[in-house]
Design a binder for this molecule. Structure first.
Ligand code: PLP
Ligand code: COI
Length: 349
């Protein structure tokens, strides 16, 4: 792999331990171009702009997908990825659904390792911080016909990150707008899913909420997921999460938490959760916790969950009693090499 190193690192101006999410992009990026039916050689180069025109097909027709993953440093400066092959697999599922070429394991995973190794000084050491990794692929042919592009650019960029949200969230259960429909692209990480979610989220923000919980497109009664998170609900001592489907992104954090919870003898039910289930549990005092989980947010507690005019307030549980706090600690300890790795999820760089 060709590696063109930067002359002067931006690390003299950026403190990775004090960087807001996604603002400071690290020194290097990986680029690989698909043309004439095949992938070219990946190149690592200084991060910066590329020369495209507004005729770029990704902009007009939306063939654009991405992934989100993180690198963590332990107290001995070892750097680890977390289940990166899962992101690789999901990236190719997204690519297939968007009629884009699949990326090879060599370009995605070996490229990732070389890039993170080169920019390892960008991986934060402060607890709760990590290096966010953003692989992406977009149609980079320039022309106007509405058809599958013949050219694609794959890129990996990284950026030091602190916590995505710094407070518990007030959530609106969405009862009108839809994120994803059966047979659609909800299970992919395509750009359009996010673009389409911004307007309903903006309306929720204007009404005083931080995020929405998306519900099914037919009745708006069953929980799907929430913003950039999968959603988990604790009723009594049982942890519920909707089963993944073609309308829900199959979260790697979600899967990891389900596994960790079961490993720790917490009962987990991957079942549909209806608004009525939540109301009934709330009224009987059994609704203990609702939280979102994802790579960027890790685990974020919901303090208020509203359906139309009915607002459910969920008091904070302490460390001894909260599943969310327990699971977050288990997950982060595993990611940062503070605990055993019984599942073989850590991946040393
Ligand atoms: N759902 C959506 C829409 C997301 O953007 C994310 C974040 O990637 C998730 C769920 C959680 O997925 P993961 O845990 O793999 O980051
Ligand atoms: C992630 O958690 O990796 C995400 O994709 C969140 C991102 C859209 C900000």
């Amino acid at each position: 792999m060709e590696i063109n190193k930067i002359q002067h690192s931006k690390l003299d101006k950026v403190d990775p331990n004090n960087s807001a999410f996604g603002v400071n992009i690290s020194d290097h990026m990986l680029i690989c171009v698909f043309k004439d039916g095949k992938w070219g050689e990946p190149v690592i180069m200084p991060y910066g702009g590329m020369n495209y025109s507004p005729a770029l097909m990704a902009i007009h027709y939306g063939q654009a997908i991405f992934e989100g993953m993180k690198a963590y440093k332990d107290s001995n400066d070892n750097v680890f990825l977390f289940r990166p092959e899962k992101n690789f697999e999901r990236f190719n599922k997204s690519a297939e659904r968007l009629a884009m070429p699949k990326i090879t394991k060599e370009i995605f995973l070996d490229g990732l390792l070389s890039l993170i190794d080169l920019d390892r000084n960008w991986v934060p050491t402060k607890e709760g911080n990590s290096l966010y990794i953003r692989p992406t692929m977009f149609a980079s042919e320039e022309m106007f016909s509405a058809r599958i592009s013949n050219e694609y650019t794959f890129a990996i960029m990284t950026s030091p990150a602190n916590s995505y949200y710094d407070k518990p969230l007030k959530i609106k259960i969405e009862d009108y707008y839809t994120r994803a429909v059966d047979g659609g692209v909800g299970f992919t990480k395509c750009a359009g899913n996010y673009g389409a979610s911004f307007y309903p989220t903006k309306l929720a923000n204007e009404a005083g909420y931080d995020q929405v919980i998306w519900t099914d497109s037919k009745e708006h009664l069953y929980f799907e997921e929430s913003g950039t998170m999968n959603v988990m609900v604790r009723i009594g001592d049982v942890l519920y999460t909707p089963p993944t489907s073609n309308t829900i992104l199959s979260g790697i954090t979600r899967d990891s938490l389900v596994t960790i919870a079961k490993h720790n003898k917490i009962e987990v039910k991957e079942e549909r959760i209806s608004v009525d289930d939540i109301f009934n549990a709330y009224k009987s005092g059994n609704l203990k916790e609702i939280f979102g989980c994802g790579t960027a947010v890790v685990i974020n507690r919901y303090s208020h969950v509203a359906y139309r005019d009915f607002i459910m307030e969920l008091p904070e549980l302490d460390e001894k009693n909260s599943f969310a706090i327990f699971l977050k600690k288990q997950l982060v300890d595993l990611q940062t090499n503070k605990s055993e790795d019984p599942f073989g999820w850590r991946y040393k760089v």
